[in-house]
Each structure stands twice: as C-alpha cells, then as structure tokens.
Design a binder for this molecule. Structure first.
Ligand SMILES: Nc1nc2c(ncn2[C@@H]2O[C@H](COP(=O)(O)OP(=O)(O)OP(=O)(O)O)[C@@H](O)[C@H]2O)c(=O)[nH]1
Ligand SMILES: [Mg+2]
Length: 413
C-alpha cells in the first residue's frame, strides 16, 4: 500500500475546506492509498510554480521524508509544470484530486461504454499536462494515473493521444447511438421515467434493487451495490409494476462527488442524459455521513451543471438505522428510512406512488360493447376500481392520469 500525504490549499477561506479534505481522504482510501497525514494552507492567490507557497512546500517535504510517504495528493487541480516542480522539490510523486478520481473510475469501469468514457476523460486530462506527467510517470512509486481501464497502459505522446481520443470518441458514439435507439423502442412515450440520483455511496443501487425485489420475483435483475465510492459507473434501468398496475421506469446511475472533473462529466454525458430526461428524480441521501447536507448541495449543484432544472424531486433520507439522533430534513418532499429494512422500502414505494401519481384521478367510463379491446387494454394497464355491464356497454371506474383522461374524454360519464 502506498503512503500518501493529503494537501489542500484553502483559497479565500472557503468554509467547505474541512469537508473537501474529508472527501479527499475517502477518495484516497477508495484508491487503496494509506493516508498518513493531511494538511491545509490558507491561500489568497495561487502561485504559478507550486500552486501553494514555497514555505509550505518545504514543510510538506519534511513530512514526506519523516513519514516516508510515497506520494502527495493535492485537493486542487494542478498544471503539468506545477506537478513537475513539486515532484522535483518533494522527491516523490504528486497527483491531484482529478487524477485520483479518474484513477478510481478507471478501476471501477466494467462495461465497454464506461471504459471508453473513462479513457477519454483520462486523455483529456493528460493533453495539457504532458510535460509534467511524463516526468511524473517515470517515477516508480504510486501507480496512479499511468493506467487506463482494464490495466491498459496510457501513452504520453501528444499526437498519439489526439488520434486515440478521436478513435475512442467514435466508438463511444456508436454505442451511445444504439443504446438510445434501444431506449426509445423500449419506452412507451407516456410511461413515467424516474432517475435515482445522489452522492456516491448513498444507497442508490440499493434502492433500485429493493424496488425490483419488492415488486417482482425476478432475482437476477439485481445490480452491484457495495460499500465503496463509485461502485456504479453504468446505467441500469428497470420496469416497476405496482400491484395496482401503475408502472414506471427507474434508472440507477453514477453517483456524484464535489468538483467532479469537468472532463469526466463531459465524457459521461450520455450516461447522465438518463437523468436530464427523467420526469422525476429520487435523491438518495446518506444521513449517516456528518456532511450529508453538503452532499445534498453538491448533488444539486452537479445536477444544475448537467442541465437539470425543475424536475420534481423526492428526497430519501437513507441509512437512518446508522444514526442515534433525530434529523431535520431541509428538502421536501422527503421520507426518512433505512433501505435495508423491508418496511422502509414499502414506505418508499408508497411515497413514490403518492407523489408520482398525484395527477391520477378516479373517473368512470362507458365503453360500447363493440370496443371490447379497449376494456381489455384498460384492465391490463390501469387500476380498475369497479366494472359493470349495462345495456349501453361496459362501465369502468378506474384511475387515469391526466394524459389518459384527455385521450378517453369521449367515454367519460
Ligand atoms: N446501514 C445501512 N446501509 C445501507 C443502507 N442503504 C444502503 N446501505 C449500504 O451502503 C452501501 C452503498 O450502497 P449502494 O447502493 O452501493 O450506494 P450507491 O449510491 O449506489 O453508490 P455508488 O454506486 O458508489 O455511487 C452498501 O454497502 C449498502 O448496503 C441503509 O439504509 N442502512
Ligand atoms: Mg450504485
């Protein structure tokens, strides 16, 4: 295990610095680093050579040698020459937060699409930093940043990178195109689409699995849920049918972290599209994290950045079993639960139903006998409250959405 020292420059006395450093620590652990020390420096402005002041660099150097650290991880994004200058003085590898996140993503990517997305983001990160990175990767310690997904060695030749990037982009475009076609043919136009969003490790995949589990017998539709940052990098979509025939499509996708690298957001655009196209968002919050309020803000800021505005959102304050005090939710509508508890999941389902099918209305339709097909269709797809036969046709009392109501307006009694 490599020993790492974390360094955070606190620009303009940002009151989030403590939170960012905690996050950086978690990212480092997720990348199998042993964090031996963490330090911050208040900074009014960035110095071109080292980012931080040279006095601080000397201090870090002492810690590196006393603690025998293998690498120093900066919370701030460094330029190629800053990386090189810092490494020369500190005599160990230096990486930044972005490279660390890219490294975790590279480790986690499993599908072809995710691998391409990560590799494109890595190449984009490297292009403006070639000089610094070349020296850096020649150092043996701390194998971070030299490998793409699937242990593929990344090359540091400018022209080759540019060529490789456009090749990968073409491959990705092909995959994305075929997935979009699949999605369009699969989805009925009027079916509600729900996207599960939230900070990484909040319990999004756990929610998807629990929803499938409670509404169907199909156990092989479970996705990977695990106590690690960025367990999910790919999108999984499931069709949920409630007892009363109301149904929706739910999508689980990649989690967020603050300052998600811009390149990464860009290359994951196709994955994140599932969120921007949703009718509802379910925002899962890990209340056992003492910074959960900040995590909600980070998630909402990231959603804004990817172009999500005004999608109705249900907040799930999750992992309530892990805390021993009451919490006061600040976002509405919300529900406080533990997704590991079956009762909790039923409450979530009721809550989703109540919030999402708000526009449903009980109506009575009279359908002539020669339109038996329609009666059959409504029985299959809607919640029927009663059904009677009169001389004029079938009388159905059922729940309809406003869209359906407009469609069947001629039959309404
Ligand atoms: N104690 C407790 N653990 C939970 C609860 N919900 C989820 N977990 C655990 O939290 C961990 C992360 O859950 P995931 O569902 O993988 O989280 P995620 O939001 O999908 O995370 P990423 O895909 O990494 O972004 C897993 O180990 C879950 O078992 C809960 O209500 N209580
Ligand atoms: Mg997940």
């Amino acid at each position: 295990m490599y020993k790492a020292i974390l360094v955070g420059a606190d620009l303009n006395n940002d009151d989030m610095i403590e939170y960012y450093m905690e996050e950086l620590r978690n990212l480092a652990v997720a990348s199998d680093l042993d964090v031996v020390y963490s330090m911050t420096q208040s900074l009014n402005r960035i110095t071109p050579n080292y980012y931080i002041g040279s006095g601080k660099v000397d201090e870090i150097k002492r810690f590196v040698s006393n603690l025998e650290a293998d690498l120093v991880v900066f919370n701030n994004e460094l330029s190629g020459s800053q990386i090189r200058n810092l490494e020369q003085v500190l005599d160990c590898r230096v990486i930044d937060r972005t490279l660390l996140i890219l490294d975790i993503f590279a480790k986690r990517a499993k599908t072809k699409e995710a691998m391409l997305q990560v590799e494109i983001a890595q190449l984009e990160y490297m292009l403006p930093r070639l000089v610094g990175l070349r020296d850096s990767l020649n150092r043996q310690q701390g194998g971070i940043g030299s490998r793409g997904p699937g242990e593929k060695k990344l090359e540091l030749d400018r022209r080759r990178i540019i060529r490789e990037r456009s090749k990968l982009q073409n491959e990705l475009d092909e995959i994305v195109k075929s997935r979009q076609i699949q999605r369009r043919t699969r989805n009925r136009t009027n079916i509600k689409k729900v996207a599960i969003v939230g900070y990484t490790n909040a319990g999004k995949s756990t929610l998807l699995n629990a929803l499938v589990d409670i509404t169907s017998d199909n156990k092989d539709k479970q996705v990977f849920a695990h106590n690690m940052l960025f367990a999910t990098l790919e999108t999984a979509t499931r069709h949920i049918v409630l007892d009363n025939n109301k149904d929706f499509i739910v999508t689980d996708t990649v989690g967020f972290v603050s300052n998600l690298p811009h390149n990464l957001v860009e290359s994951f655009k196709s994955t994140l599209e599932e969120i921007t196209e949703a009718d509802y968002l379910i925002h899962v919050v890990d209340t056992s994290n003492s910074f959960y309020e900040q995590q909600i803000d980070v998630t909402n800021q990231t959603l804004e950045e990817i172009g999500v505005h005004d999608i109705p959102t249900l907040y799930i304050y999750n992992k309530y079993d892990l805390i021993d005090h009451a919490i006061e939710p600040t976002h509405f509508p919300n529900i406080i639960v533990s997704l590991l508890d079956k009762n909790g999941v039923s409450r979530v389902l009721d809550f989703i139903e109540k919030e999402m099918f708000k526009d449903y209305e009980t109506v009575t339709l009279l359908i002539p006998f020669d339109e038996g097909e329609l009666v059959h269709h409504l029985n299959e797809n809607n919640h029927i409250l009663s059904q009677d036969y009169t001389n004029d046709g079938t009388v159905l009392t059922l729940e309809l959405s406003q869209v359906q109501k407009a469609k069947y307006v001629d039959y309404i009694q």
